[in-house]
Design a protein around this ligand. Structure first.
Ligand code: GDD
Ligand code: MG
Length: 342
């Protein structure tokens, strides 16, 4: 079974983390995000994945290579960003598409029953079947009302105001190759604005999915997904967590520091005595001095945080930045890669 994964967005809402690491391979709980997606796809019989890349495509290939635990990985590179629909047509034009395939947004952490979705798709004879998930706040998603027989009545992408249903597009589709033929060649197109609206009540079905689902595309949701993985709310083969539910990567030295609850320390980090890393995420190679306080923040690789500094909730620090001794990075602040906070 084949899947096409959209992995070419710029990840603007996760900047500065995505300045040099594309969102799909950003480390999540210590491993490239797409690893979780590929494991999930593999459990549902997917053995052939097309990774649709544009922005920083080499970094995606470097992180994943051409094989993930027995799944063949191939890269489809765009010269210009083709949006969410154009990449499907590009893969078609390159002769790569099977007759029926999954298509996924490359930033959803999820354990839906893809096999059941595929069965439903075959039963209805749909051209496309979209997994739908229930959310409290629909405003950042595509809202998808369906008729009693499952056909999609409308596709309402990120519309303000009251929504007709709390079921939204989970970014996980089953498609007939024919769908690609309806997209113009060589131009950007949008699944959400062009392709799906044109198929409403005309071959497009919804599949009400149950289970865990999170779009990791903002710092808040990236942290939520991290904590959920640490707690085991979604299945994974992450290493055993410690008593406080935290993970400390290989080659890291954290003696005398309090790591957790629910923190992630990457590989080759040093965290000094008296420092607290509470619900925070450190990527690889981060150095933190003594008596620092890091709370609910994300610290990219090779950052240096000096003695007595504080990093408050929601802050995101870009790769290689320095936070000077005694300085505070305030709640929700963004520190650019390489910047020095005095
Ligand atoms: N190859 C390629 N080229 N991929 C792209 C491009 C592009 O030009 N633009 C975006 N992508 C990828 C992103 O990397 C991401 O994996 C996926 O397409 C979706 O883009 P996002 O930017 O994450 O969209 P969103 O989260 O705002 O909204 C989408 O996902 C929601 C569910 O998470 C929509 O599909 C919504 O309808 C949906 O509810
Ligand atoms: Mg997204």
């Amino acid at each position: 079974m084949q899947a096409l994964v959209l992995a070419g967005g710029e990840g603007t809402r996760l900047r500065p983390l995505t300045a040099d690491v594309p969102k799909p391979v950003l480390p999540l709980a210590g491993r490239p995000f797409l690893g979780f997606m590929l494991d999930w796809l593999g459990r549902h019989g997917v053995d052939d994945v097309l990774l649709s890349c544009g922005f920083l495509s080499d970094a995606v290939e470097e992180a994943l290579g051409d094989d993930w635990r027995g799944i063949r990985l191939r890269y489809v590179r765009e010269r210009e960003p083709l949006g969410t629909g154009g990449p499907l047509r590009l893969a078609y034009d390159e002769g790569l598409l099977d007759e029926r395939l999954y298509m996924l947004n490359g930033d959803v952490l999820c354990d839906f029953d893809l096999t059941a979705q595929r069965e439903r798709h075959a039963e209805t004879g749909a051209l496309a079947t979209i997994a739908l998930t229930a959310v409290e706040d629909t405003s950042s998603y595509g809202v998808v009302p369906t008729a009693p027989d499952g056909q999609v009545e409308a596709f309402l992408e990120k519309r303000p105001g009251p929504a007709p249903t709390n079921r939204v597009n989970a970014g996980c589709y089953l498609l007939e190759r024919e769908v690609a033929e309806r997209i113009p060649s060589g131009a950007a197109a949008s699944m959400e604005h062009d392709v799906f609206p044109s198929l409403c009540m005309n071959g497009l079905y919804g599949f009400h999915a149950e289970g865990y689902w999170m779009d990791i595309g903002t710092p808040e949701r990236y942290l939520e997904a991290t904590w959920d993985l640490l707690e085991g709310r979604i299945a994974s083969d992450l290493p055993e967590r410690d008593a406080g539910g935290s993970l400390v990567g290989e080659g890291s030295v954290v003696e005398g520091a309090r790591i957790g609850p629910k923190a992630v320390v990457g590989e080759r980090c040093v965290v000094g005595a008296g420092t607290v890393v509470d619900h925070a995420v450190l990527h690889d190679g981060v150095t933190v001095g003594e008596r620092c306080a890091l709370e609910r923040c994300i610290v990219a690789r090779d950052v240096r945080i000096e003695d007595g500094a504080r990093v408050e909730a929601g802050a995101v620090i870009g790769a290689g930045a320095v936070v000077a001794a005694g300085a505070t990075v305030g709640a929700g602040a963004r520190v650019e890669p390489g910047e020095r906070v005095g």
